[in-house]
Design a binder for this molecule. Structure first.
Ligand code: SF4
Ligand code: SF4
Length: 374
């Protein structure tokens, strides 16, 4: 039995409501009791890191929840903004213009939420700052500039399954989500980019942008990487509009999870941070898909903690303790009573590696004490 001293408190609110005490009231109460307002927000720029959801996906967080947290930050004297960094793969969130449009379509706007959206890594995902933490895998993670510049970071996460990390929780939201496109390349890939010649239009954009003079046009007028000069920064992948400069998705599941933990540590480095996780619409896959499958368990509640590792551990435990919805992807995955649901859904993933590594590098602890908030 862990003592409270050894364990990080994780605050939990269930979803029962009564007249005058709706879900938004319960979220506000949870945030206050969990200690959000102990952070000094006075005149601080406060980033609320959220996944806006790929259009077509309906499992992403409702903007109404963000509005509650934005209001609390404003009451504390802070200047909140919502943020996310652009994606590495093709879709509706690969650059700031498309990403902002997607966020608007999904309801993340000033009217609904009460603050602006700022894409963390700039127009084309090339605006980042390196955080030199000298970690076992990532020497200096590349974090979106707007997130580095923020004075306070609050992660607001929709908890669900994930194809790469087993489950998508606070560490995934912070690590993969705050990484620039080049940072995402570093997490996903063990090797440098490649050029798919048939897609290359010889537009020269990557060649002009490569800071290491590692790209040139070959005799067939296709971009070519000189690997002895390439440092794997990912800039060419971020800039290529023709999907010719591509990532090799070849990192091992365990190392990829450990890199996510290292990026999460870099995202919160040197600033107050706080974390919320919403165990709602717990779909088997990430909100990056333009659809969402039936949840694997019923809606469970809200979690809040100053410790993102404890928060994720509590989230995964609560889902694994919950009764399964057997007409979900769990049945197709052959899940059996007592098994870890996320490993059953995504057998090649290693979510435990992310939590273990996060603990090892000092981001938080997996031991937690669940504090129920009425
Ligand atoms: S940016 Fe893309 S299309 Fe343009 S030269 Fe580079 S690889 Fe080819
Ligand atoms: S990954 Fe970076 S260094 Fe390598 S070719 Fe692309 S832009 Fe140049």
């Amino acid at each position: 039995m862990e003592t409270a001293k050894e364990a990080s408190p994780v605050y939990f609110s269930d979803l029962r409501t009564k007249q005058g005490k709706g879900l938004l009231d319960k979220l506000g109460k949870l945030a206050v009791q969990a200690g959000l307002q102990k952070i000094n927000f006075q005149r601080k720029l406060v980033a609320l890191k959220v996944h806006f959801g790929e259009p077509g996906n309906l499992a992403y967080l409702r903007p109404n929840y963000l509005a509650v947290l934005v209001k609390l930050v404003r009451e504390g004297g802070g200047a909140p903004f919502l943020t996310d960094c652009s994606t590495l793969y093709s879709g509706r969130r690969t650059n700031a213009v498309d990403h902002l449009q997607a966020a608007e379509e999904n309801g993340f706007n000033r009217l609904a939420v009460g603050c602006n959206v700022i894409i963390g890594d700039g127009l084309k995902g090339t605006e980042y700052r390196q955080i030199p933490l000298h970690l076992p895998h990532c020497e200096a993670p590349k974090i979106g500039s707007a997130i580095v510049d923020a004075d306070v970071l609050i992660s607001v996460t929709h908890f669900k399954g994930h194809e790469m990390t087993g489950f998508g929780g606070a560490l995934k939201n912070l690590g993969m989500g705050c990484g620039s496109r080049g940072g995402k390349l570093e997490m996903h890939s063990a090797s440098k980019p490649r050029i798919v010649e048939k897609n290359c239009t010889a537009c020269m954009v990557c060649i002009r942008a490569c800071a290491h003079d590692a790209l040139r046009l070959n005799k067939d007028r296709k971009a070519e990487i000189q690997y002895d000069r390439c440092v794997g920064c990912g800039q060419c992948v971020a800039l290529c509009r023709f999907n010719a400069a591509q990532v090799l998705w070849d990192e091992s599941a365990e190392v990829a999870c450990q890199k996510v933990a290292e990026y999460a540590l870099a995202a919160v480095h040197g600033k107050p941070h706080f974390h919320f996780s919403f165990l709602l619409d717990i779909s088997p896959n990430c909100d990056c898909w333009d659809l969402n499958d039936r949840p694997i368990v019923s809606d469970l509640g809200f979690l809040a903690s100053a410790d993102p590792v404890a928060l994720d551990r509590a989230g995964v435990d609560l889902v694994n303790q919950a009764s399964p919805l057997l007409d979900s992807a769990l049945s197709e995955a052959g899940w059996k009573d007592g098994e870890d649901k996320f490993t059953a859904l995504h057998p090649k993933t290693r979510w435990q590696a992310c939590l273990d590594h996060a603990e090892r590098i000092g981001l938080g602890r997996q031991r937690y004490q669940l504090v129920k908030v009425g």
